[in-house]
Write a protein that binds this ligand. Structure first.
Ligand SMILES: [Zn+2]
Length: 128
C-alpha cells in the first residue's frame, strides 16, 4: 500500500473512532486487506477501505447475506428512479396535488421501510 493511501486510511480510522465506532478484533475479509473492522453505532460493520462488510459464521448465513445484499441493490436502484421521477416533476403538478405524487411517495416510503428492516436484521447482535 502506498504511503499516501495509508495516510488516508489512518485518517478514516481516526474519524471512525471519533464518531464512536468500535474497533473490532476481526480483520477485513477482503483478500489481502487485513485492516481491522469497525462497528458503527448503527450496528453496521465496515472496513476503512472497503466500506460495509458482513461477518458470517456459516455458509447458510453467507447465502442469506448475499440475497439480502441483492434485494438491497434492487431497492436502491428503484429508490434512485423514484427520486428521479419526483425531482423532475413539474412544480405545477405538485401544487395541484397530482395524485401520482402520493403514489410515488408511498413507493418511496415502502422502499425505505424495507431497507431499514433488511438493515436492522443484519445489524442485530445476538443477545449474550
Ligand atoms: Zn478491507
Amino acid at each position: 500500500m502506498a504511503i499516501e493511501d495509508r495516510k488516508i486510511i489512518e485518517k478514516k480510522m481516526a474519524e471512525l473512532l471519533k464518531t464512536g465506532a468500535a474497533m473490532l478484533a476481526q480483520k477485513c475479509p477482503v483478500d489481502g486487506c487485513y485492516l481491522p473492522l469497525f462497528k458503527l453505532k448503527t450496528g453496521e460493520v465496515i472496513c476503512p477501505e472497503h466500506g460495509r462488510v458482513y461477518i458470517v459464521k456459516s455458509d447458510e448465513e453467507a447465502k442469506e447475506v448475499v440475497s439480502r445484499t441483492l434485494v438491497l441493490k434492487v431497492l436502491e436502484d428503484l429508490e434512485g428512479r423514484v427520486i428521479d421521477v419526483l425531482s423532475t416533476l413539474p412544480q405545477h403538478l405538485i401544487d395541484e396535488g397530482y395524485r401520482d405524487v402520493i403514489g410515488w411517495l408511498e413507493v418511496l416510503e415502502r422502499i425505505m421501510r424495507i431497507k431499514k428492516e433488511l438493515f436492522s436484521e443484519g445489524g442485530k447482535s445476538k443477545a449474550s
